[in-house]
Structures are given as structure tokens and as C-alpha cells.
Ligand binder design. Sequence first.
Ligand code: AMP
Length: 110
Amino acid sequence: MDNCIFCKIAKGEIPAKTVYEDAHVMAFHDIAPKADTHILVIPKTHITNLMTVGERDWPVLTHLMNKVNHIAAAQGLEGFRLISNNGTKGSQEVMHMHWHVLGGDQLPGF
Ligand code: AMP
């Protein structure tokens, strides 16, 4: 999608500190980390958020959820917090679905 920063990262048009990538999913360090480890996991296709998700998106989302624990483990995490902000009333700033993988001590509360 035009002017979507995470679509541009997925296409390699904007640099990111990538920690995992395959045909459907990408994971990279958050530019403003809120924890010792703060990774964003995104589908490469543009899905806005869980408010708009449809049946067509289930395969990629299943794939994404299947990868999250491997991505966390590869960062040396023994556990992690997974956060998804959805919609402007749900604190979502970037309107391309992403899952925050947070790890380390002193995790931000909710
Ligand atoms: P959210 O409020 O869930 O939409 O959070 C968006 C997150 O994306 C924030 O934690 C930002 O720090 C992060 N972010 C924004 N732009 C970039 C970027 N170019 N590379 C990595 N992370 C980013």
C-alpha cells in the first residue's frame, strides 16, 4: 500500500534492523524500543489491523503466530509479552498490522 511505512520496510525500500524474514513475515527491531528487547513482527502483505482482518488473511496470520516463539527464542528470550494495538482508539500509530514482542526485565505494564 502506498505511503505505508511497514509495507516499505517489507519491500526493502526503507531500512530496518531485520531479525527474521521469509516470504510472508518479517521481524525487525522497533526504532524506539520500550523494553530491553522490542521486536515488531509484521505480515508482508498489507493488513491494517484486527478490526479489518478477514478470512483471506487467516493463512498469513496463522503463519505469523507460528513464527513468533521462534523469533523470540532467537533473541535469547525465555519468555515474552505480545502486544497488538488495533485502531486509533487502541493506540495504533502505524496502520499496518504488527505484533510487539517485548522481552527482558521491567516490561512496560498494561
Ligand atoms: P503502534 O502504536 O502499535 O502502532 O506502534 C508502532 C511502533 O512502530 C512504535 O513502537 C514505533 O516506535 C515503531 N516504528 C515506527 N516506525 C518505525 C520504523 N521505521 N522502524 C521500526 N519501528 C518503527
